[in-house]
Design a protein around this ligand. Structure first.
Ligand code: IMP
Length: 501
């Protein structure tokens, strides 16, 4: 007979934290959110730790190089999506690794024989008002001029006016040479009252733009996640089909960590992929595997050599796997069981394999619960999709701004490798939806607030590290009636009240 679990599986919504004594030195300023993300032996330190316990999801609509840069600057890590050609994914890794604070690779570029109409269209699409004019319209072409809104007057200039007739030409530009430091570039900006300062190489090709408005952002970020060469750290997704070509390209590009992207990680394909990577690179290339939801799945991947194990099936906001296939498990229960298995495995072998809770985070407090229940870090899709730095379009629907967000198993992404069960190389049915999420602004502003909440709650729980939180947290199940008690209730909320307007 089939195994029937005696207890229902549960979601984060069903739990709450009970405070412990807050000592006077349990203040947010003393909390460290550093957390290990790859396996290590008892008594040693994990070779890879992140400074805040969050990763962005391996999804087309979430993690490209722009997201990777923004998140690493705040201390977390992105896994650049795998459902794209190998060269393109490697290019994104290179772009993130090359990033230098304050030096922007221009993403709005045109050719001199294009028109004012092209400028306006590009500006509407990108939201940027500075357009670099290069011989081939690329971000690294020969710099021929710059166009900003000061170069044209919409009421006077015809839309078909050629850019070369109104751009600020190269001969009138003040520019710097590659190799210049950020403070030298900023001095030029201040001395010459510039808004934008292009940097070119010896061949006259555009390399970077430095903007006055970014001046404050250039200041050091204490949580920035850097490698030994002071470059930002970046991860990338892989699949169990083309790993023998994809992994070498990503490693050459400088990737810091890989993760197999699959909806069901308890498979021989995953073991084969992990073992090939470990053998090929003598254990130096780090790779996570998943997703699993129980002890058996965790042990299988840990014994296969996975550096971390990702937990969660069916809980993602865009996920319809449970409806389509009846497979999955409540996210909180999955984390609890896998965390127990990790601790048991550590006791028995002296090897600690970190776990990542992936999907289903709706409120910030769910992140704290995931950590308290045992996750070493958390992967988020919907959360990051809402920010300026996600790769998708920002649109206005009705009166609100939204961003697009679609699942890897939707017809839009067609990431059949993620749902691969052998057989034909195609997505046979959808396991994800195409959706909108409310636009929320800059990553840093939002993440700073979330991190403040996590730190503050940790202080309430009497913990100043994630590890301590997992040891001392007291967690209670809540009844469905007490969930109602948890929100604002029995009052008339001002923002929804027409009476008060
Ligand atoms: P979210 O943070 O709740 O939006 O969940 C993001 C997670 O959902 C990802 O990290 C993936 O594990 C998972 N996911 C991504 N695309 C799909 C899909 O199309 N179907 C099911 N799960 C998905």
């Amino acid at each position: 007979m089939a195994h029937i679990y005696g207890e229902p599986s549960r979601t984060f919504n069903e739990y709450l934290l009970v405070p412990n004594l807050t000592k006077k030195d349990f203040i947010p300023g003393n909390v460290s959110l550093k957390t290990p993300i790859v396996r290590y032996r008892d008594g040693e330190k994990s070779p890879l730790e992140i400074n805040i316990p969050v990763a962005s999801a391996i999804m087309q609509s979430v993690s490209d190089s722009k997201m990777a840069i923004a998140l690493a600057r705040s201390g977390g890590i992105s896994f650049i999506y795998a459902s794209q050609p190998i060269e393109q994914q490697a290019e994104m890794v290179i772009k993130a690794k090359k990033y230098k604070a304050g030096f922007v690779v221009s993403d709005s570029n045109l050719k001199p024989n294009q028109t004012l109409k092209d400028v306006l269209e590009l500006k509407a699409r990108s939201g940027h008002s500075t357009v670099a004019i290069t011989n081939d319209g690329s971000s690294t072409g020969k710099l021929l001029g710059i166009v900003t809104s000061r170069d044209y007057r919409l009421s006077r200039s015809p839309l078909d006016k050629k850019i070369e007739e109104f751009m600020t030409p190269f001969s009138s530009l003040i520019y710097g040479k590659e190799g210049m430091s950020l403070s030298e570039a900023n001095d030029m900006i201040w001395d010459h009252k510039l808004n934008c300062f292009p940097i070119i190489n010896n061949q006259g090709n555009l390399v970077y733009l430095v903007f006055r408005k970014d001046y404050d952002a250039h200041k050091e970020n204490p949580d920035e996640l850097l490698d030994q060469n002071k470059r930002l750290m970046v991860g990338a997704g892989i699949n169990t089909r083309d790993f023998k070509e994809r992994v070498p390209a990503l490693v050459d590009a400088g990737v810091d960590i890989l993760c197999i992207d699959s909806s069901d990680g308890y498979s021989e394909w995953q073991r084969e992929t992990v073992q090939w990577i470990k053998q090929e690179y003598n254990g130096t290339v780090k790779v996570g595997a998943g997703n699993v939801v129980d002890e058996e799945g965790f042990l299988y991947l840990a014994e296969s050599g996975a550096d971390f194990v990702k937990v969660g099936i069916g809980g993602g906001s865009i996920c319809i796997t449970r409806e389509q296939k009846g497979i999955g498990r409540g996210q909180a229960t999955s984390v609890i069981e896998v965390a127990k298995a990790r601790d048991q495995y550590f006791k028995q072998t002296g090897i600690y394999v970190p776990i990542c809770s992936d999907g289903g985070i709706v409120h910030d407090y769910h992140m704290i619960l995931a950590l308290a229940l045992g996750a070493n870090f958390i992967m988020l899709g919907r959360y990051f999709a809402r920010f300026d730095e996600s790769p998708t379009r920002k649109l206005k629907v009705g009166t609100t701004f939204v961003k697009e967000y679609w699942g890897e198993g939707s017809n839009r992404a067609r990431n059949w490798e993620r749902y691969d069960n052998g057989g034909e190389q195609r997505l046979e049915f959808e396991e994800g939806v195409d959706s909108y999420v409310p636009y929320a602004g800059k990553l840093k502003d939002n993440l700073d607030t979330t991190i403040s909440k996590i730190k503050s709650t940790m202080c309430n729980c009497g913990a100043v590290t994630v590890d301590e939180l997992q040891r001392v947290a007291r967690i209670t199940l809540v009844s469905s009636t007490s969930i109602i008690e948890g929100g604002a209730h029995d009052v008339i909320l001002k923002e929804n009240s027409s009476v008060l307007k």
